[in-house]
Design a protein around this ligand. Sequence first.
Ligand code: FAD
Length: 419
Amino acid sequence: MTHQPRVVIIGAGFAGIEAAKKLGKHRVNVLLIDRHNYHTFIPMLYQVATAILYPHQVVYPLRRLFRGLPTVNFLQADVEKIDFHNQTISAENVAIDYNYLVIATGSQTQYLGVTGAPENTFPMRTLTDAIAIRNQVLSRFEQAVKVTNEAERIRLLTFVIVGGGATGVELAGSLSELINSALGKDYPSLNRDRARVILVQSGERLFPSYPEKLGKYAEKWLRRQGVKVHLNSKVSKVTSEAVYLEDDTAIFTDTVIWTAGVLAAIPQTKQPVKTATKEKILVEQTLQLCGYENVYGVGDVSYVESEEEFNGVAQEAIQQGKTAADNIRRQISGKIPLPFDYLNKGRLAIIGKHAGVGIIGKFAIKGFIAWFLWLEVHLLYLPGIRNRLGVLFNWLKYYFFGESASRIIISTDGVRSNK
Ligand SMILES: Cc1cc2nc3c(=O)[nH]c(=O)nc-3n(C[C@H](O)[C@H](O)[C@H](O)COP(=O)(O)OP(=O)(O)OC[C@H]3O[C@@H](n4cnc5c(N)ncnc54)[C@H](O)[C@@H]3O)c2cc1C
């Protein structure tokens, strides 16, 4: 019997599941490892945080996803260390050998050295994060009903979002809609004008990775919705009581959501690896790690030197996952790996109801068409027919009748991981 090489994939995000699917379809022996037993559809997390969707609608169980691919095995574990020379990884003190390795561990929140930010802000990357934000917002409203001191009520109903990129803008738009519609109805005794959403952006405009006019459009839309947008404002300190800006402005609040920075989320490596911006691992155009031809880095964790500008979006991760799988198959059959060839299908971001922005080819789009395309594309890529139908139903209810899904406070005590 011939020896079947084993491909270990760390990370079951967009890049990892795509690589596993492609290899599995060709009956390659795969071990897929993730610290969660589900795949998270990250672009829709903000809709969980703002109660448009139920948490289970944006995740999909990994064992179910790979049920039809018998050569793909799944292990729920946290990978701590990689030893490239011995071709092993250690996951929760178990050593696992590989012939080929795909590192697809994505990114993590970066607090940019701001004092108090890691302890006093809410990150927004995982399902647990999104549920925690939803709990926080809803419980501040419940608290605000009980307090008699007006200044304290205003503090409880002040929600600060740090970072004016896509995630910050999406959250600000959706949170203000939640407050203006559903929460307004749920808390008739509270003066809705007391609730404030404040978006703090260090640069001079929102959506810095999109053309300027789209940033201006988003700013105008958010201001009309009642969001206070602070541009050219850097956060210097966060405490449990307030956010401090570099010009000494203090915003008193109980809720700060941090969307401002990202950093690659690579496990420890026994041998040093070359890194690029945001500590991403530097990979060749074939996506192989410099110096290790049986190791690939794909998705948000890696940096490909190329003329193409990459923005850390799901499409890039998906296509890189596929390329890594193709190249491993080529290596197994004695061929040389090919360079990654990215097909840029465009980018979209949503601001709120009937408002979005996007770049398709050379065209910048905004408004209803961008919003509608965002919904359509994301529904198409969301894994699981039941999830798609559920999401569609919730969207119809929300966008036509202003009724959001789940305004309940779920205890997350004992729920593992803030990673
Ligand atoms: C809030 C938010 C909104 C976004 N919205 C959009 C959008 O609308 N459109 C878009 O195209 N892109 C969007 N992005 C970017 C997009 O989500 C990423 O580009 C994409 O998820 C990258 O895929 P990936 O496979 O590299 O990493 P991820 O999808 O992050 O997956 C990484 C996986 O690795 C696992 N993992 C990490 N470390 C370990 C370890 N040590 N051991 C075991 N498992 C580990 C994690 O649990 C995770 O499942 C958004 C990102 C964020 C944070």
